[in-house]
Design a protein around this ligand. Structure first.
Ligand code: UDP
Length: 237
């Protein structure tokens, strides 16, 4: 069996890259990078969006009495750091065809985003890392990922979770009897206000007809497995 999807936008949370004591774990960075390289070798066309939660979240603003807007831009900067960390790891593992785009203007180390260029570069076999989220405060990287998925014409938005296998009918961390759902509509997701991803992103995915697959990236080679249809997950469509 081959790849389930040809073109995918993979959304990783910042937490996926951190260890208990540090903002980055070399092992986790390497593990993600190796899976990305394997998928690319299998012929997948990949865009990647990384969150910033391992470094900074806008929500932290209130305790420090920082204005929300400043804190959100700091969060977007954190996603740029994560993109650069992933790029450098891919390159160290000898994968050189990688481009980091940023929705914020950071010209010395990232490229300004253009959907036309991004599509061309995907055709040329580049792995694209989209940083800076949407480039606007009051949004999340889930929303940024949905926008990029639509713009690059991805077949799917892969939402990688850490220790959660998919969408549940209630919060599995609170309710031990929570049941995992294999298939759910965008409308049900918003009606039930299920928190597995940002509701703005779900609404946008519905409008853009972007299929979402929510899966647990914790587990050996789970990113490769989900792309090859070998993992239990939840489809939102
Ligand atoms: N952020 C933002 N606009 C965006 C994307 C992100 O303002 O389009 C900020 C926001 O403060 C958020 C932080 O960046 O808390 C980190 O992103 P996110 O929480 O989505 O990262 P994740 O939880 O996926 O690691």
């Amino acid at each position: 069996m081959g790849l389930k999807y040809k073109t995918a936008l993979l959304k990783l949370s910042g937490e996926a890259l951190r260890s208990e004591e540090d903002i980055y774990s070399k092992d986790l960075l390497e593990n993600v990078a190796k899976q990305i390289i394997e998928l690319s070798t299998q012929g997948a066309r990949l865009g990647i969006v990384v969150g910033g939660g391992n470094i900074w979240r806008g929500k932290l603003a209130s305790t420090l009495e920082l204005p929300q807007i400043n804190a959100d831009y700091m969060g977007m900067m954190a996603t740029v750091m994560n993109g650069l960390a992933l790029e450098a790891t891919l390159q160290r593992l000898d994968y050189k065809k990688v481009i980091v785009y940023s929705a914020l203007e950071i010209r010395t180390v990232t490229k300004s985003y253009s959907f036309k260029e991004a599509r061309n570069k995907l055709d040329e076999g580049y792995i694209l890392i989209f940083t800076g989220g949407t480039g606007y405060a009051h949004f999340t990287t889930d929303t940024g990922a949905t926008i990029r998925a639509i713009e690059i014409g991805a077949d799917v938005l892969l939402m990688a979770k850490n220790g959660v296998a998919g969408v549940y009918d209630s919060d599995p961390k609170i309710n031990p009897h929570a049941k995992m759902i294999e298939h759910i509509s965008y409308l049900e997701m918003t009606k039930k206000n299920l928190q597995v991803m940002d509701q703005t992103a779900v609404t946008l995915a519905r409008d853009g007809k972007m299929k979402i697959e929510v899966f647990d990236m914790q587990g050996e080679n789970n990113i490769v497995k989900v792309m090859n249809g070998k993992l239990n997950s939840t489809i939102i469509e």
